[in-house]
Design a protein around this ligand. Structure first.
Ligand SMILES: [Zn+2]
Length: 423
């Protein structure tokens, strides 16, 4: 059943997988903290017990291995679906089920999404179980499955929209479709950011005003110092899903809001929560969401241009191997997804370093606003313990995955920060 191309793909993947496992198990030692940081606030030995240190060490290694194994897995999966003719089969089924182009696309995208969902489900289940066994995830199977199904249908809708728009544009203009796709993505991205907190996020969790009234008063007081009205501050019930701590800013315009996980509110002391809140206020006040959208649009302009070049080239050269009839053949959707996913991955060091820059500026704002170094250090340390996170991850992991500075960087920055005393 597998042709030569698919066999080479799988063979290459196994070699790569073996190297990844070997690297993280035998070579990399991320528990090593540079000598100069021993005994500092960033040294995990000063705030974690032996058990926590050991679990963090193990869990981080496993997480890195899973990340590096899964990233190319999607690409291999889609290329295999193409080269063994499965994608062409989906197109045939779609064409024989309906004569309307819309329904053909809807049926094709359903089959593609469904087959990838079924193949990836056991892997997702394994990572969920793993997270549970390390005491991070607290989801029941029912909650976890519900989230998987919401993911499936949301992804389905977005993929169908993408397929309809992109193939229509390719049909109209084989050379410039990428540019028109980018133009259309601008209002769409802004619209999505606008509805995210009120339509999409509530599908997964409940959002409500802060429950702890004493704490609420302090938080809203801090928010009002930055001219943020109370109706923009929310709590979300994450404790039914995780033990980890978090807070974030989301949405644009009148839907912009600061969201605090209930785990953060219950596991941190008030002064620690206020430091986290000040960090989120910084994102809100400095309008980092808009900076993020702008950066995303710039990167995606270049990305779509490169994607169109690779797409047109691969189909002209390799249509036989990939079993694709033409540039606007719906069966080429997996190819488009591989290219987009690969370019997103390739650009992640750039987008992550931009994000780390914004996060650092939020830390600076927060420590200037609260002037409470102790609380800041304790909150970062508790965040590290709750997520069993490494203080000093391998550099490659930092480039590819870290949207925030590492805890080593954040803790050392705060520890060395000179707070100006108020007169
Ligand atoms: Zn932040």
């Amino acid at each position: 059943m597998l042709n030569k191309f698919a066999k080479w793909l799988l063979f290459g993947y196994f070699i790569y997988a073996a190297l990844v496992v070997f690297y993280f198990l035998a070579i990399n030692d991320s528990s090593n903290l540079p000598e100069i940081y021993r005994g500092s606030a960033a040294d995990p030995h000063t705030f974690m017990n032996d058990r926590q240190l050991e679990l963090t060490y193990e869990y981080s290694k496993i997480r890195h291995i899973i990340f590096f194994l899964l990233t190319p897995f999607d690409w291999i999966l889609y290329l295999t679906i193409l080269s063994i003719g499965l994608s062409a089969k989906f197109r045939q089924w779609a064409e024989s089920s309906s004569k309307y182009s819309f329904f053909q696309k809807a049926i094709y995208v359903f089959w593609l999404s469904f087959v990838s969902f079924i193949i990836l489900l056991p892997i997702d289940f394994f990572t969920y179980q793993l997270s549970k066994s390390y005491g991070i995830s607290t989801s029941t199977f029912a909650i976890w499955m519900k989230d998987q199904l919401i993911d499936f249908w949301l992804d389905y809708i977005f993929l169908l929209l993408l397929a309809i728009v992109v193939f229509q544009l390719i049909r109209k203009n084989e050379k410039r479709w990428w540019f028109y796709a980018w133009i259309i993505s601008i209002p769409f991205t802004i619209f999505l950011m606008f509805i995210q907190p009120v339509i999409i996020d509530p599908l997964y969790n409940d959002f409500y005003p802060l429950k702890n009234k004493d704490l609420e008063e302090k938080i809203l007081d801090l928010a009002s110092q930055a001219n943020i009205p109370a109706e923009h501050v929310y709590e979300v019930n994450m404790s039914e899903k995780t033990n980890a701590l978090n807070a974030y800013v989301t949405g644009i315009g009148r839907n912009s809001r600061i969201v605090l996980w209930d785990t953060t509110l219950s596991k941190l002391s008030d002064d620690e929560v206020l430091f986290i809140m000040a960090h989120e206020i910084a994102h809100y006040v400095k309008k980092h969401i808009y900076a993020g959208i702008a950066a995303y649009l710039i990167i995606s302009l270049f990305g779509l241009y490169i994607a169109s070049k690779i797409y047109n080239w691969s189909i002209k050269k390799h249509w036989r191997t990939l079993k694709i009839n033409s540039l606007n053949d719906i069966a080429s959707l997996p190819l488009l997804l591989v290219i987009i996913s690969f370019l997103t991955f390739a650009s992640s060091p750039l987008s992550n370093s931009f994000s780390r820059y914004l996060e650092h500026s939020a830390d600076v704002y927060a420590i200037e606003m609260t002037k409470d170094k102790d609380a800041a250090i304790r909150s970062f340390q508790k965040l590290t313990i709750a997520g069993l996170s490494e203080v000093n991850p391998p550099a490659i992991v930092k480039w590819l995955r870290y949207t925030h500075p590492t805890m080593l960087e954040r803790l050392i920055f705060i520890e060395n920060y000179e707070v100006e005393k108020e007169k």
